[in-house]
Design a protein around this ligand. Structure first.
Ligand code: MSP
Length: 525
């Protein structure tokens, strides 16, 4: 059995969770569910990043002690995820004693390897990014991310000999095409590694300046730099070094957005190499969700609340939209109009309508039983072939994080099935009394619908389960769904004649959008 360990970034607890956090976590959830269906032994990790200046400052602004503050915001993230259908195996917090012990053990190991030294350093520190910038990296003296002026700080600190590992890392990235993907981020990482601008990494903060962190095991006047602490969550959550989960699941894969490419593409592999551990399998990097072409920010007041969206438009529809609309790796724009258009076109018109018409015809013509097909005609074979082909494409593309293309491939079948209904006109066959032909047509439709519904489980778990139940799978069989997605692409079967199916279906109601009014759904999915 293959193991599949996937992580999201651990989110800072200085702000409320928004669409961006929800996207990464929903994508990760879908990918883990997908691997479950392939029969893999999966482990899904998310959590919160709770140390550092940024958190202390946010707590101070609220007049709250840091521990109380992080407890509250971390709890918000923890209660959010189930509302978005996220089924993680572990939620890690960097303030957990277990994590702290692992960070200290890791630091000690890197220290023992001779990769940590003490030195003096002056640099431009951006509190928003929690990192030093070199002169070259600043844009007109400002932080390129936050557009704020960093503070010049000069102090004695501990450094990780990262530069020692950069030549190795560069060849590793060059030799492993999909270590960092999609390609544009691999190219970006290589450009960083080739630029000569990367130096050793400052990994401590003097306690005189910051107490909120993990103490260095070899000097109690210092705490660990928040990024060094945070990245280690990926193995502390597996109980490194002794827990069997580490042996079982590491190396895993990470999923992040482009804002944190550098710590994941450069710091983390160098840290792992220094500690003598294998590097991760893949770093999957996505772009930003923009709102009217700008990044979401509190000050612009354009934050999209994921729970509100899923309440108004349906959780399953919202998840579908996020995966279908964004080309993984590129930026995408979020708007309610785009969301409503997708729901109406893809879910209500194409998929929902297919289920509703085919099930009501099966009720009318065969008393809601899957009929026994007779010999397939060329047109039936063509549909069956298309269905299997799109399922195989789906598996290939989804596994390679091309979620939009994977879903589009399924929709080719959905649209073809609707056309097949129109061209075969079951109502005419019924009128003519061509029962054998009618039975084949309905069988083809129902079989293809079941395969489509199955593929949708990672993205829309509840809707998929509902569709499978409508197609006669007993609830017990559909939860969790048969973990044999690959086999489903081999032969056009899976639905036994005689199975009782539902007599009607209303899966995705159309959303009427009145200008200047809140959209109405007839029933939430
Ligand atoms: N704490 C660090 C990560 C440490 S991981 C060892 C951090 N936290 S964060 O709260 O700022 O989260 C950043 C991540 O949130 C991004 O990498 C991405 O996953 C998600 N997103 C935040 N805003 C986003 C968009 N506008 N669009 C898409 N994803 C975004 O960085």
């Amino acid at each position: 059995m293959n193991s599949f360990f996937l992580t999201t970034p651990i989110y800072y607890v200085n702000a409320r969770p928004h669409l961006g956090h929800a996207y990464s976590t929903i994508v990760a959830d879908s990918l883990v569910r997908f691997h479950k269906m392939l029969g893999d032994d999966t482990f899904f990790l998310t959590g919160t990043d709770e140390h550092g200046d940024k958190i202390v400052q946010a707590a101070e602004r609220q007049g709250c002690p840091p521990q109380k503050f992080v407890d509250e915001i971390s709890a918000r993230f923890q209660s959010l995820w189930p509302q978005l259908g996220i089924a993680h195996d572990r939620f890690i917090r960097t303030t957990e004693p277990g994590h702290k012990r692992v960070v200290q053990a890791f630091l000690q190991r890197v220290h023992d390897a001779g990769d940590i030294y003490f030195g003096e350093f002056g640099g431009h520190y951006c509190y928003g990014c929690e990192r030093f910038y070199t002169e070259k990296e600043l844009e007109n003296g400002l932080c390129p991310q936050h557009k704020t002026r960093p503070e010049f700080i000069n102090e004695k600190n501990y450094f990780f000999r990262m530069s020692k590992y950069l030549p190795w890392l560069k060849s590793y990235v060059e030799e492993h095409e999909d270590f960092i993907r999609p390609r544009r981020y691999r190219a970006e990482a290589l450009a960083m590694l080739e630029s000569g601008a990367l130096e050793d990494l400052c990994i401590s903060r003097p306690k005189t300046r910051l107490q909120w962190g993990i103490e260095l095991p070899f000097d109690d006047n210092y705490v660990c730099y928040v990024w060094f602490d945070a990245l280690i969550n990926y193995i502390s959550a597996l109980g490194w070094p002794d827990d069997r989960n580490f042996a079982r699941y590491w190396p895993g894969e990470h999923l992040v957005a482009k804002d944190i490419l550098k710590p994941h593409a450069v710091f983390w592999p160098a840290m792992l190499k220094s500690a003598g551990l294998p590097v991760y399998r893949h770093l999957n990097v996505h772009g930003y969700w923009l709102v009217r072409d700008t990044k979401m920010s509190k000050s612009l007041g354009n934050i999209i609340e994921p729970v509100e969206m899923s309440r108004r438009f349906g959780l399953n529809a919202f998840r579908y939209f996020l995966l279908r609309e964004m080309r993984f790796g590129e930026d995408a724009s979020f708007s309610e109009d785009a969301l409503i258009n997708r729901i109406n076109a893809d879910l209500a018109n194409d998929l929902g309508n297919l289920f509703s018409r085919v099930l009501s015809m099966t009720a009318k013509y065969f008393e809601s039983r899957v009929p026994e097909p007779s010999a397939f005609l060329q047109t039936d074979d063509a549909i069956a072939e298309l269905c299997l082909h799109s399922l195989q494409n789906f598996v290939q593309l989804f596994g390679g994080t091309q979620f939009d293309a994977a879903l589009e491939s399924l929709w080719e079948t959905v649209r073809a099935l609707n056309k097949y209904v129109d061209s075969q006109a079951p109502w005419a066959l019924y009128k003519q009394g061509s029962t054998a032909r009618l039975a084949t047509v309905m069988y083809v439709l129902l079989t293809a619908m079941r395969k489509t519904a199955l593929c949708l489980w990672p993205v829309m778990p509840d809707a998929s389960r509902q569709m499978l139940e409508q197609l006669g799978s007993p609830a017990a069989e559909t939860v969790p769904p048969v973990p044999a997605l690959r086999k489903e692409g081999n032969s056009f079967d899976g639905l036994s004649p005689g199975t009782v199916v539902a007599s009607s279906s209303t899966l995705f109601p159309r959303i009427e959008m009145k200008r200047d009014a809140a959209p109405k759904t007839r029933r939430g999915q």
